[in-house]
Design a protein around this ligand. Structure first.
Ligand SMILES: *Cc1c(COP(=O)(O)O)cnc(C)c1O
Length: 375
């Protein structure tokens, strides 16, 4: 892609020249689940929509190119994408995963441990020597979220790739928070990338979708076989919605980042904010306020930020991970790695930066009056 056009251009043009019959600019949605066969043994690529669908193909080919993979698979949710990847492995397999991960991933890994005989070790993201030491005889893959969620710590994917290559195991990256606009893990040695496309890629809080992108022929074929066998594919309509969202990804990501940097600057100087966590790119900012008791009144006071459980949409969201995205992580586990009851996670939207800051300002001013009463 990059030798032909820039990423921004590629995104805008997804699917624009695919309709040979009528030259539709917006890629057609093929709802048909079945495709006619002209004769026994003669059909031109499509027969049943679970196996392949023309609208899904447009999306999957574009995403494979964006991430620099050999193949891509669109799934019915981000969790279905994680499940597709873990269906590659057999019982008894051991994995190493980032300690600070999306709560839904942690919950699924718990299910895998209880029901499928998988074992997981967690890595705190600090020492790469320790990461290598966690590898066992049965280790099949290292699963990295970078930045981590919700503490927004980044991992050096090149260093992880050196380790996975030396031990001949797979390197899997959940690239939801950075998107290919910021980071392309397959180009720096990862084998598989996962997305909850529900977030930045779709971008408007109206599509649930997942993606898996793979590098290497054997693994891509295996994933295609498993995707068709298990069947959690993305519907043609949702493929089209995701394509439409992705056309503005570059534009949105730039504004998310600009606004997030303003929010970081503002929060860092506020006396009621004790810590700010920002990975330097993209639009996610986590921060801690002085007291757990102020969390609820702060959320109640917000007028522009929506208190809701997601991220990556055009609208600014605030999430309280403890009772929302990360509620399935036991409290003692959370606290052991720093996910405290005072932590809030902001998905900074693309509204005007002045309005975003003003909303935070008035909500913090409100809880400042409560803090005085407490004191
Ligand atoms: C939301 C999310 C998921 C799960 O995706 P769904 O589309 O909600 O199924 C996985 N990983 C990360 C990092 C997420 O934020």
């Amino acid at each position: 892609m990059t030798d032909r056009c820039k990423q921004d251009t590629f995104l805008v043009q997804i699917g624009n020249r695919r309709d040979e019959h009528h030259r539709a600019v917006s890629t057609p949605i093929y709802f048909s689940t079945a495709f006619r066969h002209e004769h026994i043994g003669l059909q031109d690529g499509y027969d049943y929509t679970r196996s392949a669908n023309p609208t899904r193909d447009v999306l999957e080919e574009a995403v494979a190119e964006l991430e620099g993979g050999d193949g891509a698979f669109a799934t019915s949710s981000g969790m279905a994408a994680v499940q597709l990847v873990f269906s590659l492995f057999e019982k008894g397999a051991h994995f190493i995963a980032s300690r600070d991960i999306y709560g839904g991933n942690f919950r699924l890994f718990e299910v895998y441990e209880e029901k499928y005989g998988f074992r997981f070790s967690y890595w705190d993201g600090k020492s790469y020597e320790e990461l290598a030491e966690l590898i066992e005889e049965d280790t099949q893959a290292i699963f990295i979220e970078t930045p981590t969620n919700p503490l927004m710590q980044t991992t050096d994917l090149e260093k992880v790739s050196e380790i996975t290559k030396a031990h001949n195991i797979l390197h899997i990256v959940d690239n939801t928070l950075f998107t290919p606009y910021v980071q392309k893990p397959l180009e720096i040695g990862a084998d598989i990338v996962i997305h909850s496309a529900t977030k930045y890629l779709a971008g408007h809080n109206d599509v649930l979708a997942g993606l898996v992108i793979s590098k290497g022929e054997a693994i891509t074929e295996e994933l295609a076989f498993l995707q068709n066998s298990a069947g959690a594919v993305l519907s043609p309509y949702d493929c089209w919605s995701l394509i439409r969202g992705m056309k503005t990804l570059a534009l949105r990501m730039r504004q998310h980042e600009t606004n997030a940097k303003k929010v970081v600057e503002y929060l860092e100087q506020h006396p009621l904010v004790t810590d700010v966590y920002y990975p330097g790119r993209s639009g996610m900012v986590s921060f801690e306020i002085t007291e757990e008791a102020l969390v609820e009144p702060f959320l109640q006071q917000l007028k522009l930020f929506t208190f809701a459980e997601s991220l990556g949409g055009v609208e600014s969201f605030l999430t309280y991970p403890v009772t929302q995205t990360h509620m399935d992580i036991p409290e003692e586990v959370r606290l052991s790695y720093g996910l405290s009851n005072r932590l809030l996670r902001a998905s900074v939207g693309i509204e005007h930066e002045d309005d975003i800051i003003e909303d935070l300002e008035q909500a913090l001013a409100h809880i400042a009056t409560l803090e005085v009463k407490h004191g």
